[in-house]
Write a protein that binds this ligand. Structure first.
Ligand code: NAP
Length: 250
């Protein structure tokens, strides 16, 4: 009987896995990728089925796993998508569904560069007040309001989709653009806006790294926000290991 694999997606790793798994397990397993539905025009170069939108918390995801007869889940969501990862962990425990986390490695930066990694977004706000004047804020759209009190700082804000309303920042310029970005283009952007500090989540991966490399090349300061704590499930950064895990559980 054909089994069903659920990939929790929204990342390039999830897209790549969907293709490789669909090919490797053709005739043995159906692949379904789940997207949150929060991006207006998500990547649709996925193999197998696609579903969109939340499941309705742990309860909803548990029900989905049972109703859809899911044999295994790979959580390939973004390292900062901690709510869905937590829900996946709990729902898989409840339903005894095997779960693997596929997560790209975090970035490490040269020790000599001017960078600091802080534990939370709140800590990033605190450190910025001390030295930054013109900041590139590459953190997505969710947490912009946390920077409201920094009225003296100019923020260059970049999001994938247009913001529904201007960000609550006294001095800012909002840009809309979709990764990947080239290091030279990022350097030009940082120079044009006379940026002195880049703030980013430690997302890892090549697509978002260009802004960091550009900042380091221009000798700017970098404030990285550390990843949230991972769920205690089997984890790999490697696609071949994810496929080997699937061979075992499917
Ligand atoms: N956070 C980032 O910086 C970031 C960056 C790039 C891409 N993404 C991608 O964007 C999506 C949303 O990220 P987020 O940080 O907003 O997530 P989140 O805070 O962890 O999740 C919020 C809610 O969105 C729903 N959800 C999230 N990912 C889902 C998925 N793959 N399939 C179905 N429902 C999902 C769940 O709703 P229910 O509780 O109703 O199930 C979840 O409770 C994720 O798929 C993630 O991989 C996030």
């Amino acid at each position: 009987m054909v089994k069903r694999l659920l990939i929790l997606g929204g990342t390039s790793e999830a897209a790549e896995l969907s293709h490789t798994a669909a090919k490797t397990f053709a005739g043995r397993a159906q692949v379904v990728t789940s997207l949150a539905g929060s991006t207006r025009s998500p990547r649709l170069d996925l193999a197998g089925g696609v579903r969109r939108g939340g499941f309705g918390g742990i309860e909803g995801l548990s029900r989905y796993l049972r109703d859809e007869n899911i044999a295994a889940v790979i959580d390939a969501t973004h390292p900062f998508a901690e709510t869905i990862s937590g829900h996946a962990y709990c729902a898989c425990l409840r339903t005894a569904t095997p779960l693997l986390r596929l997560e790209r490695p975090a970035w490490t930066l040269p020790p000599a560069a001017r960078w600091v990694e802080v534990a939370t977004m709140t800590a990033a706000v605190e450190v910025l007040g001390g030295f930054a004047r013109r900041v590139f804020l590459g953190i997505g759209r969710k947490n912009l309001a946390m920077f409201t009190a920094l009225e003296e700082i100019f923020f260059l804000v970049r999001t994938i989709d247009p913001l529904p309303a201007p960000p609550p920042l006294a001095r800012h310029h909002a840009l809309v653009a979709r990764p990947p970005f080239a290091v030279n283009d990022e350097k030009a952007l940082l120079t044009e806006h006379r940026i002195d500090t880049v703030v980013a989540k430690n997302s890892g991966g090549a697509a978002a790294r260009a802004k960091i490399d550009a900042a380091l090349a221009l000798d700017l300061s970098v404030v990285l926000i550390a990843r949230p704590a991972p769920e205690p499930c089997p984890t790999t950064a490697r696609l071949d290991e994810a496929l080997a895990w699937l061979e075992d559980v499917l």
